[in-house]
Every structure is written in structure tokens, then in C-alpha cells.
Design a protein around this ligand. Structure first.
Ligand SMILES: Cc1ncc(COP(=O)(O)O)c(C=O)c1O
Length: 432
């Protein structure tokens, strides 16, 4: 950087810092205003922005979670919302409680279609393919239970998929006699063809569905979804994608995955209110999927048939819109690159510590923000509880099938200094 560039960078930094330093301005700051201010960095690529602590300090201040006494490195479980999302939900909730049936059904519900459009814009898809749910479990169970399958029809998944979805398939096997085959992967895997081949080899003439998790929640492996979909479609097999850990984090349009069905949480990396999710169903399939909660016309080709839920929280739903504003203000690619940078920041230091093992690929195509770590001689439960009790660091212990790790999942509000704390803790524990 030459002197004049440095001066201009410094000036930009002051503008950015000033935007949030007064507290009052920050508190009132709307995501769109923030986007205006963020434009001063538009000439930097997402990769260059990944380590721009001046910019990310604004994001950190947007999240009340930044001042939590416990360092939250389990954002993969549920992510906190920025203040403007919390404020919006609070506003909507107060409104709803003035005259609930009036304000909820007649006023807030008017926001449903604009919200559908906003979610569709975020997913790069048609709003007529987007259903608004309360979580990924509801979205994916609607599809899993909604498909007509006959006794003997086969579904291929893996033992590393999410338990709620595996249980749904197991219930169908028990109740209706479908055959649920489960692969087992040894992660990390840095070979797409190996993964696609495992699904390919499990296919039989009876196979109707492949169920795949886009980002494996236990260790953060990114699965080659598009390649799996292409291979499956050549054989007339449909694909359901569990995108709980990809949507709102990775830079992709849903139709580009070439899947048939996609379900996700919105309360993970999108930072939408806790208790929000979304489904995407390819238009031509909607009419054949039976809704989980009955609709007056269950065979209609209208995605809204999956929203016949009765009373639920409209304030939470409407808060999704603010989370999307905030997300868009950062930008999809910029967010993905920062998330990956944070994972690499701690993981690259951690792997140099004797006795510490990483269970996640550091190649960008195979992981983003989640990584699994272990220390020789400690169980995941011991490591997790020591990190919490001694270091006030919250992580997630995983002892599941062939995976024994502590899952670490930062978020865009996580500071590198927080991750230094984690690395120091790992080094101290590994040295014992
Ligand atoms: C891969 C995966 N799918 C689905 C879910 C369930 O998400 P939700 O709690 O939104 O139903 C999770 C939760 O962590 C998950 O990791």
C-alpha cells in the first residue's frame, strides 16, 4: 500500500468506525444504510475483505452476542441475530400483542408474500418454489413424508445425515416397508468422485430418492451436491438436499444445485430469528408432494399448501426480512470468505500443536466455517466440558457413529482474538 492509499484506507476506517462508535447511531442503523457505508470497500474482493478487521468490527458490533460472557463457537447449532433483527421481532411482537388476531392475520400476514420474494431473491429462485417453515426439520420432513413411495422402493442416505431426517426415513421404512439404505463416509474426503461413486454403487432399479446433506453438520464437509444430482437424474432418481448449514453461508443459487427438493434452517448462518426455516421445491414437483399439515387442496401445485400451520409466530417470520437485509448488506461471497477465513485462522494454528487433530479438510471446496477438532487422550465430551468450564468457550461435542470430535463453528461476528483464546486453550490442554 503506498502512502496515499494508506491515508485513504485510514480515512475509510474512521468513517466505518464512526458509523458505529456512537452507539445511538449504531442502534438506529438500518441494514440498508449500512450497505451504503460498506460501499466504500467495494473495490476490494471478498477474499481481500476476509481479513479486513476494520470492516468486520462493524459486523461484530451489530451482534449483541459479541459481548456474551461465554464465547459462542457453536453457531452451527443455532446462530444469534444482529440487534436490528431482534429489535424488529420485538416491534412486531408488541404490535401482534395489541390485538393478536387483527395485527397478526390482517397486518403482519401481509408481509408473507414480500418475504417469499425476498427469500427467493436470496436463493436465486422463483418465489412460487419457496415455502416458509419454522425450521429445517419441518421443511425436510414435509418432503420426506409427503412423497408417494411404495413398499420396496429404496431411498439412499448416509449415517452422517441429520438424525431428524434419518428418523423420518426410518419411520417410513417401519410403517410402509420402504427400504432405507445408509452409506457411511470417512470424513474428511477430498475427492468428489469417491463420494459420488459411493451413492452410484448403492443404486438399484428400486432406488427412487437420494437424500444428501449439503454441509455435514458434524465436521463441516461440503458434499458435491450438483454432481450427485446429475448422476441421480441420469438414472431417474430425485434428490433431497438438507441445506441447514449451507443456506445463508455459501454463495450459491438453489437451482444451481440441480436438486429436486431443498430444506434449510434460517436461524443458523442467515442469523434470522430462532424458529425459522424454509423449503424449496422444484415447481414441477409441488403438486405430487402431500403437505404434512393438511391443506384444503393437498394436491394443488401451490407451495403455500405447506404453510397451513395454524397459529405460529408471525413476528419471527417477519424478522427474517431484516436478517436478509443484514445478510445482503454484507454480501453472499464476502460472508462466505470471512467465515472460511475464521475457520482457517484457528485451524491452521491448531494443527501445528502436537496432540491436536483436525477432522476437516482445509481445502476451500471441502469446508467453510465448521471444523471438527480433537485432542489425543480426551473424549469429545471431556474436551467440550473443559473448554466451557475452564475457558468459557462453548462448542459442541460430537460422538456420533465414526466421528469423535468437538465441533467448532464461528460466525461473522466472531473476532480473531476470540479464536486466539481457543487456540491457546487447545495448546494448554494438549500439553497436559
Ligand atoms: C444438517 C442438519 N439438518 C437439519 C438440522 C435441523 O435444523 P432445525 O433445528 O432447523 O430443524 C440440523 C440442525 O443442526 C442440521 O445440522
Amino acid at each position: 500500500m503506498n502512502n496515499s492509499n494508506r491515508r485513504s484506507f485510514f480515512k475509510k476506517s474512521l468513517v466505518m468506525a464512526g458509523a458505529f462508535s456512537s452507539g445511538s447511531l449504531f442502534n438506529q442503523l438500518h441494514a440498508e444504510d449500512f450497505e451504503e457505508k460498506a460501499k466504500i470497500y467495494n473495490d476490494l474482493s471478498p477474499e481481500e475483505m476476509a481479513s479486513n478487521e476494520d470492516y468486520w468490527s462493524l459486523i461484530q458490533q451489530a451482534y449483541p452476542a459479541s459481548s456474551s460472557p461465554v464465547l459462542n463457537l457453536n453457531n452451527g447449532g443455532v446462530s444469534p441475530s444482529p440487534k436490528l433483527v431482534l429489535d424488529a421481532v420485538d416491534r412486531y411482537d408488541k404490535m401482534a400483542n395489541m390485538a393478536p388476531s387483527y395485527y397478526m392475520w390482517r397486518i403482519l400476514d401481509q408481509g408473507r408474500e414480500p418475504l417469499r420474494q425476498k427469500l427467493a431473491d436470496l436463493g436465486g429462485c422463483d418465489p412460487e418454489e419457496i415455502g416458509i417453515n419454522r425450521n429445517a426439520t419441518e421443511a425436510l420432513n414435509s418432503v420426506i413424508h409427503g412423497l408417494d413411495l411404495n413398499k420396496g422402493d429404496e431411498v439412499i442416505g448416509s449415517i452422517q445425515d441429520y438424525p431428524n431426517m434419518m428418523n423420518a426415513w426410518k419411520q417410513r421404512a417401519l410403517r410402509e416397508g420402504i427400504v432405507y439404505k445408509q452409506l457411511s463416509f470417512d470424513f474428511p474426503i477430498e475427492d468428489d468422485e469417491h463420494i459420488v461413486d459411493m451413492y452410484r454403487k448403492a443404486i438399484s432399479p428400486k432406488t427412487k430418492i437420494i437424500h444428501v446433506t449439503h454441509v455435514i453438520n458434524w465436521v463441516g464437509q461440503i458434499m458435491p451436491v450438483k454432481k450427485i444430482c446429475r448422476m441421480a437424474h441420469e438414472r431417474g432418481i430425485e434428490v433431497i438436499v438438507d441445506g441447514a448449514h449451507s443456506f445463508g453461508l455459501l454463495d450459491f443459487d438453489i437451482p444451481d444445485l440441480e436438486a429436486d427438493y431443498f430444506g434449510t434452517s434460517l436461524h443458523k448462518y442467515l442469523s434470522a430469528p430462532i424458529g425459522t426455516g424454509m423449503m424449496w421445491i422444484k415447481k414441477e414437483h409441488i403438486s405430487k408432494v402431500w403437505p404434512l399439515f393438511c391443506d384444503q387442496d393437498p394436491t394443488r401445485g401451490d407451495i403455500r399448501k405447506f404453510e397451513s400451520l395454524g397459529t405460529r409466530s408471525f413476528p419471527l417470520e417477519q424478522g427474517i426480512g431484516e436478517a436478509i437485509n443484514f445478510h445482503n448488506a454484507i454480501g453472499r461471497k464476502r460472508k462466505e470468505e470471512r467465515a472460511r477465513y475464521l475457520k482457517n485462522y484457528w485451524a491452521e494454528k491448531a494443527i501445528k500443536i502436537p496432540g491436536v487433530k483436525l477432522h476437516t479438510s482445509l481445502k476451500p471446496e471441502y469446508s467453510c466455517v465448521i471444523a471438527g477438532v480433537s485432542i489425543d487422550g480426551m473424549t469429545p465430551r471431556e474436551l467440550e466440558s473443559t473448554l466451557l468450564k475452564t475457558y468459557k468457550i462453548h462448542t459442541s461435542p460430537v460422538s456420533f457413529e465414526n466421528i469423535d470430535v468437538v465441533r467448532v463453528s464461528p460466525h461473522v461476528y466472531t473476532k480473531p482474538s476470540d479464536l486466539d483464546r481457543l487456540v491457546k486453550a487447545l495448546a494448554e490442554l494438549a500439553a497436559k
